[in-house]
Design a protein around this ligand. Structure first.
Ligand code: ARG
Length: 461
């Protein structure tokens, strides 16, 4: 049976090399071996339990599947050229081991429901694993936020210095985005938790199989309702990819920030030697390659999502071979996002933050302009009038070279009381509204983040 193809009965010629080279998926779907074996063991047990197969056959198949599991675990499984995908390879080997009984494994089953089952089991496990890695990054950001104490840095809009913010506030801003990522990964995981096994090729089977039985053996929360939908639904791949893509986009934004922070122009952070790279020609260089690749790899991660959506669009019911194109993008996005999470988490944990440089940048007088306007508002001046008045002072300071604080002190409506706002760190102290960037709001936000983190942790499997 080694060199025979699954469909050899209907065909008088073996598949062309070009067909195999183009259509075989063993090169990548070998990654599903564990999940394909789990699906096959559940299927064989169900066939025995339902009386579709004699129990001796069912037991012989399960024993053979267990032997194959041991071979994969020990990395001694031997592939042959006709193994076009992992499902074919495993069934071929089971038949070698169990003989006539092995030839009964595929009873009431198609590779179409088989592959959907394996991929759901795989994705269910992997999305939880990625969520765990996102959690580790949140944890590091949160710890670095605690270490930052009352340190502050400029907050930016349009990449122009805008207002001072606590460093802890800035770090936790990224943490909040990542909490939503975990929620999304786990939400996608909940929705994919449906067994497609028992749908057959597209329409079910005349044999008395029990789809509920395999669903429960495999630990799926529910079973499919419609066989056509079960074998053609790859929403879970698209949705999983979207959740991963947003993690990738968040890593990219974080990466861009660290590229800037570690530049000499900013000087806000220095990477550990272990998490930076040198130059082959320029002896002085210390580059943030992890951060740059976190930014760069977002391109292909987005490509993987849009690629799968494009593959799905326009596909008629039910299974089409196009669906084989779901795997490589999913595997690649998982790999890239997981590696990016690990590398960025370590990089941020090990970096040195230069809070004195940050604070010097944040103490630039212009960053107090809004507080001066708000000081006037608190004394009854309409905001638009105050905005224009302070704007004029900023303009005069720029054209005359007189420090803004001196103009404020000399101004009749402002004076020495308002000039106090220019004391280093004074402006950040005043950011006290809900969720704001100052120390008063920071404590409440820290508590809230910890509450959400505990909640997410309780949802992780
Ligand atoms: N390797 C295939 C895939 O990934 C398995 C299913 C093939 N089914 C078929 N009828 N050709 O989709």
């Amino acid at each position: 049976m080694n060199d025979k193809h699954l469909w050899h009965g209907r065909f008088s010629e073996a598949p062309a090399d070009s067909l195999m080279a183009y259509t075989a998926s063993i090169g990548f779907d070998v990654r599903l071996w564990r999940d394909d074996l789990a699906g096959s063991i559940a299927h064989a047990q169900m066939l025995g339990a339902c009386g579709v197969l004699p129990v001796v056959d069912s037991e012989a198949i399960v024993a053979a599947l267990q032997q194959v599991t041991a071979e994969f675990t020990a990395e001694t499984f031997v592939f042959v050229p006709s193994d076009e995908d992992i499902h074919t390879a495993i069934e071929r080997r089971v038949t070698e081991i169990a003989g006539a009984a092995g030839a009964k494994l595929h009873t009431g089953r198609s590779r179409n429901d088989q592959v959907a089952t394996a991929l759901r089991l795989f994705t269910k496990r992997e999305l939880a694993d990625t969520a765990l890695r996102v959690f580790a990054l949140i944890d590091v950001l949160d710890r670095r936020a605690d270490d930052a104490g009352d340190a502050y840095l400029p907050g930016y809009t349009h990449m122009q210095r805008a207002q001072p913010v606590l460093l802890s506030h800035h770090l936790r801003a990224h943490a909040w985005a990542l909490t939503r990522d975990i929620d999304r990964l786990l939400g996608a995981r909940t929705r994919l938790d449906v067994s497609p096994l028992g749908a057959g090729a597209l329409a079910g089977t005349s044999l008395p199989i029990d789809a509920r039985d395999t669903q429960q053996r495999l630990g799926f929360a529910d079973v499919f309702a419609n066989s056509l939908d079960a074998v053609s639904d790859r929403d879970f791949v698209a949705e999983g990819l979207f959740a991963l893509t947003l993690v990738g986009v968040h890593l990219s934004r974080l990466g861009e920030e660290w590229v800037l922070w570690t530049s000499e122009e900013f000087g806000f952070a220095t990477l550990s030697d272990r998490h930076a790279t040198g130059s082959s020609m320029l002896p002085q260089k210390k580059n943030a390659d992890i951060a740059e690749l976190a930014r760069g790899k977002a391109g292909r991660i987005i490509g993987n999502l849009t690629g799968v959506l494009a593959t799905l669009k326009g596909l008629p019911l039910a299974y089409n071979r196009d669906l084989q194109e779901d795997k490589e993008p999913l595997f690649d996005s998982l790999d890239q996002v997981n590696r990016g999470l690990s590398a960025m988490t370590e990089m941020i944990a090990a970096a040195t933050l230069h809070t004195a440089t940050m604070q010097r940048a944040a103490d630039a007088p212009a960053l107090v302009a809004t507080d001066v306007a708000e000081w006037l508002v608190a004394r009854g001046m309409p905001f638009r009038t105050a905005h224009a008045k302070v704007g004029e002072l900023v303009s005069r300071s720029l054209s005359s070279g007189t420090p803004l604080v001196d103009l404020v002190r000399a101004d009749g409506a402002l004076g020495a009381d308002a000039a106090v706002l220019f004391a280093p760190g004074a402006a950040v102290q005043r950011r006290s509204s809900h969720g704001a960037a100052g120390p008063l709001a920071a404590a409440a936000q820290r508590d809230e983040l910890h509450r959400v983190m505990a909640l997410l942790q309780s949802r992780l499997p």
